[in-house]
Design a protein around this ligand. Structure first.
Ligand SMILES: [Zn+2]
Length: 310
């Protein structure tokens, strides 16, 4: 991720310094009357009318006026305020200035000064406690080019009810997919009932596919330890039973070492970690109604949540 961002930053710096050296005014995109009203004259589009309010695709939001990359889809969240909301910006891409109203903080594109919206802190929407409230009309969107399959890596974690683990993993930057399923048992293609009845020996687990250029096994594994309680033995929250135990299934020696390192860090911090570290076995995808459970239901996980532990 850092490499990508640095590249973007270098390109952006390179472009602007070239333009200055040449003494030429940077070419900006032509704006429509409505776009000018917001981007140049600091207007605000009506809530719930913008193109990107409920937009969920993976990719990068760029500046309508100068094309500079501003926000990543992984930092977008639902605030129900009527405008696209992000809890972080691409490093150095957004400038904060005191608003003319004397109360709020305006945000503008750091490259061209185009008005984006306002930034609010301390509202508690996400762990970053920050909400960039951005006008859709100030943005363009570039869909992410899906990484080719030979460049992705996988990881398997079990941390209680798979719905919650899948929910948080899918929102992590660089995670391409998270799939709820079963592993660690002794029959082929187990059903939810087989697992629930403990007949098959499987536990609920989530298989993650991620882009190692954007995130790493260590980052994904850290998140795993922060979205479930690794000190609970054979249960997670209200879900009790061996099939809800905490377990890392490593796919190679490097993953094993990373998982052991993280467990040791937590133990040094005083956590009585119950997480088992085991060699990965066949991962069986769960029934379709278990996939994207919370997103389809439009609700939040009942027994998982983010707690900073590292
Ligand atoms: Zn701009």
């Amino acid at each position: 991720m850092i490499n990508k961002l640095m590249l973007i930053a270098l390109v952006a710096v390179g472009l602007s310094s070239c333009a200055q050296e040449n003494g030429a005014k940077m070419e900006f995109n032509k704006l429509t009357f409505e776009e000018q009203n917001v981007i140049l004259h600091k207007g605000t589009e009506r809530p719930y009318t913008g193109e990107y309010v409920n937009h969920k695709e993976d990719g990068t939001y760029t500046c309508k006026q100068c094309d500079a990359p501003l926000y990543l889809s992984g930092d977008k969240f639902d605030s129900n305020c009527g405008w696209p909301s992000f809890d972080d910006e691409i490093e150095g891409a957004v400038k904060r200035v005191p608003d003319a109203d004397g109360r709020r903080t305006e945000i503008v594109c750091a490259n061209c000064g185009g008005h984006l919206g306002h930034v609010f802190e301390g509202e508690g929407f996400t762990d970053k406690n920050t909400r960039h409230c951005v006008n859709s009309i100030s943005l363009n969107f570039e869909p992410e080019k899906k990484a080719s399959s030979d460049k992705t890596e996988k990881a398997i974690f079990a941390g209680g009810c798979f719905w919650g683990v899948e929910y948080y993993m899918e929102k992590h930057k660089g995670v391409i997919s998270a799939t709820s399923g079963y592993t660690g048992g002794h029959v082929k293609n187990p059903s939810y009932q087989d697992v629930l009845s403990k007949k098959s020996g499987h536990i609920e687990a989530v298989e993650i596919e991620y882009d190692p250029n954007i995130t790493s096994y260590e980052e994904v594994a850290k998140l795993f330890f922060e979205i479930h309680d690794p000190t609970q033995v054979d249960r997670q929250g209200p879900d009790i039973g061996e099939q809800y135990r905490s377990e890392v299934f490593y796919l190679n020696e490097g993953q094993k070492q990373t998982a052991e390192k993280l467990v040791n860090i937590l133990k040094d911090k005083g956590y009585k970690v119950a997480t088992r570290i085991s060699k990965a076995d066949t991962f069986w995808k769960a029934e379709n109604y278990h996939q994207d459970y919370y997103d389809n239901k439009g609700s939040l996980p009942y027994c998982h949540g983010y707690t900073k532990r590292f």
